[in-house]
Design a protein around this ligand. Structure first.
Ligand code: HEC
Length: 157
């Protein structure tokens, strides 16, 4: 009897095992690359590596940032085109040298809101003011300080 030979039995067992493994591999390799565990980390590594250049491509700001905290300079760059270099107003925006913009009527918070959210025209016929982008909060505060200073100098308090 062949089964009586332990060596043969072992070989048969090994053969069966090999066949089973082969069958398993074949079954799993239906989708070519999936079962190879050594490949998975490589795929993961490459997919992880791909996003790296993305921040570089999105980093250039779409909105130019203002620099510095000089209220006068920032006002000149961000507001004067409509509100006038000396707060006198232009045909695109109202003067701030009007009592309605004195701190008692338009508190600092309304200036912050104007810059951050824009203004729906309600006092004049200039139209709406779009939000002014690219200003840090600190820079807005510096602009407000400059406006208040100019208002005080004009007797608007
Ligand atoms: C493109 C033109 C334009 C620019 C630039 C602009 N504004 Fe205005 N702003 C307007 C107009 C128009 C109004 C609306 C006036 C109205 O009818 O009430 C306005 C209104 C305001 C008001 C009044 C808000 C209220 O509640 O009534 C404030 C405060 C103000 N602007 C601040 C600023 C500051 C500060 C800047 C610069 C950081 C600035 N604006 C830049 C056009 C502009």
């Amino acid at each position: 009897m062949p089964t009586s030979n332990p060596r043969r039995l072992r070989r048969a067992c090994l053969a069966a095992l090999a066949a089973a493994v082969l069958a398993l591999v074949v079954a799993c390799t239906g989708d070519e690359r999936a079962p190879d565990p050594t490949e998975t980390p490589t795929v993961a590594a490459t997919t992880e590596a791909t996003p790296t250049p993305t921040p570089t491509s999105t980093s250039p700001p779409t909105v130019p940032r203002f620099s510095g905290t000089d209220g006068r300079a920032l006002y000149g760059q961000a507001c004067a085109v409509c509100h006038g270099q000396a707060l006198e107003g232009t045909n695109a925006g109202p003067t701030f040298l009007n009592r309605i913009y004195a701190p008692g009527h338009h508190a600092d918070i309304s200036f912050i809101f104007a810059v951050e959210r824009g203004v729906r025209a309600h006092h004049w016929d200039f139209g709406n003011m779009a939000p002014v982008e690219g200003l840090e909060h600190e820079q807005v505060l510096a602009i407000i300080a400059f406006i208040r200073e100019q208002q005080r100098a004009a007797g608007i308090e």
